[in-house]
Design a protein around this ligand. Structure first.
Ligand code: 6LW
Length: 492
């Protein structure tokens, strides 16, 4: 059947995948957001359903007042003898750690730390021995893909850390994963940086310690020369064999706003590309080493992305998340409504404002909610960092209540428009296409447009960092009640 990329849309970067009992499991990085490390399940590699998060307790990850795009970097998921492991880096504390669970739908363990530096850690198990690799420097200071053997029960190193490969020459060697396929060890990695030059490269060896020989045709997958084309930045991936014996790479990539507009604001998303092993033992990806929008995959099923999100059809502990460690006493969340108690912390602060959000999944979106404020501020936001976000809100003070559009770009906080409303409740609406967001307030069925903000200024190219736009509800100071919420997408 034919499927369309991305297979997971919106800010879900650095995918890693494993298989267990006929199901596939996928994790992504989450940076300053909590809970950390979104976890998905799939029966076919194309339809992915988020089943929760891996890091659900404060004791598992330090996120207090960390910078945006700090915190939880690229995770790896592996299943070893029925036990799942998720290994990642807290880039703010410079710690590599893993957690485990025997129940993929349950809670995960407390963190087990590994005394090897670098980022993008991964695990490889063979005959009861577990190898831990990351992109960093070995015990002699040699940089590259660095590996040690560990005791999986304690995280203790059982060997020195040794550099096993230095890549094909691209900058930012990252995301190493090791596999044994038909008796050969394959090391796959990303190079070029997670922007337009991103790529996947590969090396192979006859021993787990190398020597690794780079594929003479590296990179094996990149969209860096594919233009004009929406899908760019393909890299950082993980290999997976499906139930028909066909290989695929699940990688990150992004969709720029238009073929002639090299900005992306939806973050790095998840792409599925077919992989073919050749007679020479090397594998190739896609048709020509690039990732396309459409591919065929074996199986009789349909691709059914979720396009409508409401309070009733989402779970607060699955699709939604918070900024850094939330103060849960400020949230009353149910199937009918969200009541947010604001504090003095705002969306502009490197802290935990009263804010609950989902990823923006597609360019074409309509998000709306009835909002009632009781003192203070409450509204809807599209936010990529504390410096770049557009907010439509109700503000109540002694003189009455207003609907306000705030455009925050590069630290400039601009009050674009403000109109008085009757009472203290109204419907707030954000409509988006690939170029911009339009903001409306409605009372008694009458809509008034408050203004417009370009998507360009909420893009990674402008805002920097590793995240994508979040669609959120927020409150500052007073209390805000949200009802009749929906966020609908058109896959155009
Ligand atoms: C991640 C690195 C990368 O750790 O970006 O795309 C970093 N590659 O591998 C953050 O997502």
């Amino acid at each position: 059947m034919k499927y369309q990329n991305p297979v997971v849309s919106g800010f879900y970067p650095d995918p890693s995948v494993c298989e267990s009992n006929g199901k596939y499991y996928l994790v992504c990085s989450s940076f300053q957001y909590f809970p950390g490390v979104p976890l998905f399940e799939s029966g076919d590699l194309v339809n992915w359903k988020q089943i929760g998060y891996v890091l659900t307790r404060k004791s598992q990850v330090m996120l207090d007042k960390i910078n945006s795009s700090g915190g939880v970097f690229a995770p790896t998921i592996r299943c070893v003898n029925g036990r799942f492991y998720m290994v990642t880096t807290n880039d703010t504390t410079h710690q590599n750690f893993y957690v485990w669970t025997d129940d993929i739908h349950g809670e995960w363990s407390e963190p087990i730390y590994v005394d090897q530096g670098g980022i993008d850690p991964s695990l490889f198990e063979e005959d009861g021995r577990v190898y831990f690799m990351s992109n960093g420097a070995d015990d002699n200071g040699v940089g590259g893909v660095v590996q040690c053997e560990i005791d999986i029960a304690t995280g203790k190193k059982l060997s020195p850390s040794r550099c096993i490969w230095q890549g094909s020459g691209g900058r930012y060697l990252e995301s190493p994963h090791l596999y044994k396929i038909n008796g050969t060890y394959y090391l796959m990695a990303a190079e070029g940086g997670t922007e337009y030059g991103h790529m996947i490269t590969c090396a192979r060896a006859n021993s787990v310690w190398g020597p690794f020989e780079g594929n003479p045709r590296n990179p094996v997958l990149t969209n860096r020369n594919k233009a004009p084309f929406i899908i760019q930045g393909i890299g950082h991936g993980d290999l997976i064999c499906d139930k028909h014996g066909d290989w695929h790479v699940l990688s990150l990539g992004f969709r720029q706003q238009h073929i002639w507009r090299p900005y992306h604001h939806l973050g790095r998303e998840v792409f599925l590309t077919p992989v073919q092993f050749g007679a020479d033992g090397w594998f190739t990806c896609g048709n020509d080493g690039t990732t396309d929008e459409f591919y065929e995959i074996k199986g009789d099923f349909e691709q059914k992305p979720q396009l409508e999100f409401t309070f009733a059809n989402t779970r607060w502990d699955v699709e939604w998340c918070f900024m850094r460690h939330p103060h849960m006493e400020n949230y009353e969340l149910s199937d009918e409504k969200a009541v947010l108690h604001g504090t003095a912390v705002t969306l502009d602060d490197v802290d935990s404002p009263t804010f609950v959000a989902m990823r923006q999944r597609e360019f074409h979106m309509e998000m709306k909610s009835d909002v009632r404020v009781d003192g203070g501020i409450g509204g809807l936001t599209v936010l990529i960092t504390e410096n770049e976000h557009y907010d439509i809100l109700l503000e109540q003070n002694e003189t009455g209540c207003s609907a306000v559009l705030m455009l925050n770009i590069g630290g400039i906080k601009h009050r674009q428009n403000s109109i008085a409303i009757t009472g203290n409740s109204a419907q707030l609406i954000i409509r988006a296409d690939c170029f911009g967001y339009s903001f409306f307030v409605a009372q008694d069925g009458k809509e008034t447009q408050l203004g417009y903000g370009s998507t360009k200024y909420l893009s990674s190219e402008v805002a920097e960092g590793f995240t994508g736009v979040m669609t959120g509800l927020f409150a500052v100071n007073g209390t805000a009640e949200f009802t009749n919420f929906s966020c609908c997408y058109k896959n155009a």
